[in-house]
Design a protein around this ligand. Structure first.
Ligand code: NAP
Length: 560
């Protein structure tokens, strides 16, 4: 059977895939979206553990592409819960009639480029084969759950969960529960489990910094103000390093006396959320500045946690503040004051093995009815590398990235024509408001595809030299910061054997966005478009292998 044909295959139907479909379809392209899950949502579909909530304010963690959508959707709290974000994405899918081009329950297993036809052949675990001119990987940065290979892992007979692949509603009443991991997911799930379980054991390897979310219902008056000024709010975010409308810090700790220094941090603590990260300038560059904020954060933990020994074990001391994702919590530290919660410090009592009924450490044996892995993800590269991606001359992406991911602008990879990454390694992505980063990438990709078609090219790909220069530049910027002082997932440190490369671009969303715009304006500097003579004759002739008729064809019509 000959494969289905379309202009673009988009992999994933989360924030990235949905918006890619919207933009690309509007260009008249035929698009097929392939989604492994049974519904839209991507990361926000699977991370449905109790307490899952966004750590970016809901009015900002939302699409900006449609002013009507902005005005009609009503967020109910400062930080949206996972169910609310999923409802939002379902609404977006309905409102823009996106579902008709999405195939659910379909995992992409292969994407192979053909040098002769300039087409991608995409295969799935459902036996589908689709042939497309372009392929957009909207596969998410945090979509492959990471379960550590602990000794005896398979012998445990209790219930096992991972926060990133949560099965649906789960009850822990009357149970002894273990949670391994104290990152953003662990810090959110732990208070929820503690409220239900008979006893909760928190297995902590590294304590993290967490600021209070100070979540609250959104005041209708504030919502009105935000909606009235949305355009300006979004513009402010576009010109900020984190794609967030936050004020830029202007003072260093030494610019003010001790009382004012403390007051700056106290005010930020009271506001909660991301405020602590914008207290002082150069917070992630200057160690002395960072030490001031880190010590303030530790003092807050010591105030909140009644048992001094437990408080001390919860104090992060091995990495600068903000060099790992700063968590936002609701009652996390207070949870350790509950009589039914025990902190197990894996630095002083490492896990020896899992066994049939629980976990043995070097000091004790913990009997557990349920075990929750809040152990994170094979971030940024894991999902892409699980797909067998073959570029020009049969080059495998997994081999190209053997020593760590290499991209040009986090958007394309040399040797992989017409394959686009959404918020790929080498772009600001996870260091920013992801929705804004996704929108910026999708707009860039849509414009690029449109340019390729309009000018009569068949392919676009990154020049290897441009890619090398970009990777060098991204590494140089990262090395000037304190980010590289932490064993974080940003650097692949959480996955055994993963190359230690700082993956996101740390130079700021505003700067990065301008670079992307300059590249477009320059006629795609650093990219090769072929055939080389296409531009001149493009306007007189139809594009080779050109667009399928758009319409409601589900991408199944034969190519022209
Ligand atoms: P994570 O930040 O990678 O945290 C994983 C945790 O598991 C860490 O505490 C880690 O300890 C621990 N761990 C891993 N392997 C272990 C082992 N073998 N033994 C003991 N402990 C082990 O993962 P995450 O919490 O899922 O968060 C990942 C990212 O997702 C976040 O940084 C954030 O970007 C995003 N996220 C966002 C939200 C939100 O918006 N509120 C919520 C959840 C997640 P070590 O530190 O020692 O490695």
């Amino acid at each position: 059977m000959s494969p289905r044909q379309c202009d673009v295959v988009v992999v994933g139907a989360g924030f990235g895939g949905l918006y890619a479909l919207y933009e690309l379809r509007a260009l008249g392209l035929s698009v097929v979206v392939l989604e492994a899950g049974p519904d839209v949502g991507g990361t926000w579909f699977w991370n449905r553990y109790p307490g899952a909530r966004c750590d970016v304010e809901s009015v900002d963690y939302s699409y900006s592409f449609s002013p009507e959508l902005e005005q009609e959707w009503r967020w109910t709290s400062r930080y949206a819960t996972q169910p609310e974000i999923l409802s939002y994405l379902r609404h977006v899918a309905e409102r823009f009639d996106l579902r008709r081009n999405i195939q659910f329950d379909t995992r992409v297993t292969e994407a192979h480029f053909d040098d002769g036809t300039f087409r991608w052949t995409v295969r799935t675990d459902t036996g589908d084969t689709i042939s497309s001119r372009f392929c957009v990987m909207a596969t998410g940065c945090l979509s492959t759950a990471q379960v550590p290979d602990l000794p005896g892992k398979d012998s445990y007979r209790g219930n096992v969960y991972h926060t990133g692949t949560w099965p649906g509603p789960v009850g822990f009443e009357g149970q002894a529960v273990g949670v391994i991991g104290t990152g953003s997911s662990g810090i959110q799930v732990i208070p929820q489990v503690a409220a239900q379980a008979e006893h909760l054991y928190v297995f902590q390897r590294t304590p993290n910094f967490s600021t209070p979310a100070n979540d609250q219902p959104l005041d209708p008056e504030i919502v009105r103000e935000v909606k009235a000024g949305y355009a300006a709010r979004r513009a402010l975010a576009q010109d900020s390093p984190g794609a967030l409308p936050l004020p830029r810090p202007t003072i260093a700790p030494d610019d003010v006396d001790a009382d004012e220094r403390y007051a700056v941090m106290e005010r930020a603590w009271e506001v909660g959320g991301n405020s602590m990260q914008v207290t002082f300038k150069n917070l992630l560059i200057d160690q002395a500045t960072n030490d001031v904020v880190a010590e303030f954060m530790r003092s807050k933990i010591r105030q909140k946690v009644k048992d001094p020994a437990t408080a001390e074990r919860l104090c992060p001391k091995d990495h600068p503040f903000g060099s790992k994702r700063v968590c936002k919590d609701t009652d996390y530290y207070e949870t350790f004051n509950r009589p039914n919660v025990t902190l197990v410090d894996l630095r002083s009592e490492p896990i020896v093995a899992l066994h049939q009924s629980g976990i043995a450490t070097t000091k004790a044996d913990y009997q557990l009815n349920s075990l929750v892995f809040a152990t994170g993800f094979d971030a940024m590269t894991g999902t892409l590398l699980k797909i067998d991606i073959l570029g020009r001359d049969g080059t495998r992406l997994v081999d190209e990235w053997d020593g760590g991911p290499q991209t040009y602008l986090g958007l394309m990879v040399a040797g992989f024509p017409n394959l686009f990454l959404v918020t790929g390694p080498g772009s600001p992505s996870v260091l920013t408001n992801m929705v804004a980063a996704i929108e910026q990438h999708i707009r860039w990709i849509a414009r690029c595809i449109d340019d390729v078609d309009t000018r009569g090219y068949a392919t676009i790909e990154a020049r290897r030299e441009a890619q090398v220069n970009w990777v060098t530049e991204a590494n140089k910027v990262a090395e000037q910061t304190l980010y590289t002082k932490a064993n974080s997932w940003y650097i692949g440190a959480n996955v055994v054997g993963k190359p230690k490369v700082f993956m996101p671009y740390v130079g700021g969303f505003d700067r990065y966005r301008r670079i992307c715009e300059e590249v477009t304006a320059s006629g795609y500097r650093g990219f090769i478009r072929s055939p080389a003579d296409a531009d001149a004759s493009a306007l007189a002739h139809a594009a080779p292998g050109g667009r399928l008729p758009a319409g409601d064809d589900h991408g199944q019509r034969p190519n022209r």
